[in-house]
Every structure is written in structure tokens, then in C-alpha cells.
Design a protein around this ligand. Structure first.
Ligand SMILES: [Zn+2]
Length: 204
């Protein structure tokens, strides 16, 4: 009897695993997933804070704007927070601003998990470097960038983790604050080129 129950449970588990694997295999990737870094987290890594500026608030503003922009161009986009169910995507972009122990020692940077993503990262850097007047770090300069936790839950063909500037640096914080929406438009425009669109973004 016990043996039977054990055999039954085991086969049920195996069937469920096969069903999930099949479902996952046949799930179409979402064209774009935009993640606001740290959004929804109440403990653990809740993001940088400096002089009344919370990184997570800025991440949310930028992520919302990118998603709206892409949707207005007809590109299907899903907005997610720090935690999400497993997803498949063509392109995933996580939005962050950095915080540093020594103010103004960091700046902007990009993280990604593979060569395909690197091409998109280069496209982004070419655009943002014309605009962002502060320091850049090397790509994947921290473990949080090179081995970002969401690479494992959001399976994307191309995944970028964007650190858009350093909020612990006064002059960067002041420069960034009135430009969040413009930066979001730049990110949206970069993503749109992957779908054959070339929207014009005014950098002035
Ligand atoms: Zn962050």
C-alpha cells in the first residue's frame, strides 16, 4: 500500500514536471520585459538611497515611461518589479541607478549575460555616451551586473541591466533628476531599433 502511494506520487510529480517543461517550451517570448530594479522589495536589496533620493522611485518612473513609449509604438511590453514569475522574453531591460561608498566613484554602467546582449549594450552606450556627461564603468564591473539574479527568472534572448548614473554623487543626481523621462525615451528608442523602428529622440 505504502509502496503504491509512493509510486503514484512519484509518477504524478514526473508528469507535472513534464507538463511544465512542455508548457515552457511552447510559450512564446514576450517581445519586451522592462523591470524596475528593487520595485516591491521590502527587505534585502531595496536599492540605493541618498539625500532623500530613492533609487527605486527613479527606477519606477523610468521603467513606466519606457513601457508606455514602447506600447505607443505598437511594441508589446510587460512591466515587472524586482520579483516575477518565470518569463521568456526577446528583450529584457532592468533599470537601476547606482550608489557608491565613495561619492562620484561609480557613474553609469551596463551588465549583460551573453554576446547577443553585448551588441545591444553597445548600441545603448553609443547613444547614452553622447548625452550622459559623467564617468562610465567597464561593462559587467560587478557581480550584480555580470550575474544578475533575474537572468535566471527572465529568460531573454538579450538582457541588459542598466545603471543609468550614480545617485550618491551630488552633481550626477542633480543632472539626472530633471532628465529621467528623456533618458527613458532614449532607452525606448534603443529597444525600438531591435524591432525595425527608428524613432527620432531629441537630445536637447
Ligand atoms: Zn539598483
Amino acid at each position: 500500500m505504502i509502496k503504491n502511494i509512493f509510486a503514484f506520487t512519484l509518477s504524478a510529480i514526473i508528469l507535472i514536471i513534464i507538463a511544465i517543461a512542455l508548457y515552457w517550451q511552447h510559450t512564446e517570448p514576450i517581445p519586451v520585459v522592462i523591470q524596475a530594479g528593487h520595485e516591491g522589495r521590502e527587505n534585502g536589496n531595496t536599492g540605493a538611497v541618498s539625500h532623500g533620493t530613492q533609487e527605486v522611485e527613479w527606477n519606477t518612473i523610468v521603467a513606466d515611461k519606457i513601457a508606455k513609449k514602447l506600447q505607443s509604438w505598437g511594441i508589446e511590453t510587460k512591466r515587472v518589479g524586482a520579483t516575477t514569475r518565470p518569463l521568456k522574453a526577446k528583450i529584457a531591460v532592468a533599470i537601476h541607478f547606482d550608489g557608491a561608498q565613495i561619492p562620484c566613484s561609480s557613474g553609469a554602467s551596463v551588465g549583460y549575460p551573453n554576446k547577443e546582449s553585448q551588441k545591444l549594450a553597445n548600441k545603448w552606450k553609443a547613444l547614452y555616451k553622447k548625452y550622459f556627461p559623467f564617468h562610465w564603468q567597464k561593462d559587467n564591473f560587478t557581480k550584480n551586473l555580470s550575474n544578475y539574479y533575474a537572468y535566471y527568472t527572465i529568460k531573454a534572448e538579450k538582457f541588459l541591466v542598466l545603471e543609468l548614473g550614480e545617485i550618491t554623487c551630488k552633481k550626477e543626481r542633480r543632472w539626472l533628476k530633471p532628465r529621467l523621462k528623456k533618458i527613458a525615451n532614449l532607452i525606448a528608442a534603443t529597444i525600438a531599433t531591435e524591432f525595425g523602428l527608428h524613432p527620432h529622440i531629441n537630445l536637447k
